[in-house]
Unconditional design. Structure first.
Length: 73
């Protein structure tokens, strides 16, 4: 019984060590775009009428965020 406890303890330590080292991978420097509102649906409009909506984008990363392409669906 004591051997099983020691084996389980060692396995638990290995799992804990892998979780901690996995968390450090997320600490790499990179940009990270955050949009509080990801989708906006316009009300129906007449043909030829220009409409606009402003999306707030926040960079929660550690490097500058470059927006290279925007698309509509």
């Amino acid at each position: 019984m004591k051997r099983y406890f020691i084996f389980a303890l060692i396995c638990g330590l290995f799992v804990a060590a892998s979780v901690v080292s996995g968390g450090q991978k997320g600490a790499r420097k990179s940009p990270s775009a955050f949009l509080p509102i990801k989708k906006f649906e316009f009300a129906p409009v007449l043909d030829g009428v220009q409409i606009q909506h402003t999306f707030a984008i926040q960079n929660k990363g550690t490097l500058p965020l470059d927006i290279l392409k925007v698309r509509t669906e």
